[in-house]
Design a protein around this ligand. Structure first.
Ligand code: O7E
Length: 211
């Protein structure tokens, strides 16, 4: 079984971030960074973290084409593996992200782990994402109805799913419903032994799926 976890590294402190990346980097598919670590340390931390794992920049881009292109180019310059964009901003904006990303993978949000207005337009968001040429979709691992719906409509696109652990979702259920990778933050970085916690998640997947 290949590695199914994307670690959401939502911490501020540089040393804490690097230490966690060092300890768990080879046990996860990728590390996802969001504003907490970037606002404190700047985009340069992406290069430092990339020594230990592929890095996905979760900036949930939502702006006009020129602005999202400028941000995407900067992220690419720092060696990120992937970037996350919203898709409600429409085809033009999302296409601009895909174009500027070049070899970087683009994931677009089509449904969130908490109820949102996206729930009314998930199907349109998937169609827009497909037309823009994204690599994958973000769909909730803790809301089975929406994850299933996204899986049914996603075609060949990868699905990455937050909401497992602290937000109540179950890792094996999310994978069985169609998540290719699950995004997990607090229940790993707040645990007394993050490495062991990841091993336990991996064991629960193996036990359930290899039966
Ligand atoms: O709840 P946690 O601590 O396991 O962290 C979940 C992470 O997933 C956190 O970084 C949060 O910003 C992100 N996330 C959601 O929780 N819900 C969503 O709908 C979308 C995301 C997300 O990661 O979107 C881009 C992939």
């Amino acid at each position: 079984m290949d590695n199914k976890i994307i670690f959401a590294l939502d911490v501020y402190n540089y040393d804490t971030a690097i230490e966690l990346a060092k300890n768990v980097g080879d046990k996860v598919f990728a590390i996802k960074v969001n504003w907490p670590v970037i606002l404190e340390n700047g985009i340069k931390i992406v290069r430092d973290l990339s020594k230990y794992s592929s890095v996905i920049c979760d900036f949930k881009l939502a702006d006009i084409d020129n602005t999202v292109s400028l941000i995407t180019e900067k992220v690419r310059e720092h060696g990120a593996y992937g970037i996350i964009s919203h898709s409600f901003t429409g085809l033009n904006s999302l296409k601009a992200v895909v174009k500027s990303a070049k070899e970087m993978k683009v994931f677009s949000v089509v449904s969130m782990s908490q109820e949102s207005y996206l729930d009314n337009i998930t199907e349109e968001l998937i169609n827009t994402s497909k037309e823009a040429g994204v690599y994958g979709l973000v769909a909730p691992g803790n809301r089975p109805y929406y994850l299933k719906k996204v899986k049914e409509l996603s075609g060949d696109l990868k699905i990455i799913s937050p909401g497992v652990g602290a937000q109540g979702g179950n890792i094996t259920e999310a994978i069985l419903l169609g998540a290719d990778y699950v995004i997990i933050g607090r229940s790993i970085y707040n645990s007394p032994d993050p490495e062991k916690t990841i091993d336990n998640y991996a064991d629960s997947i193996n036990n359930k799926l290899n039966k």
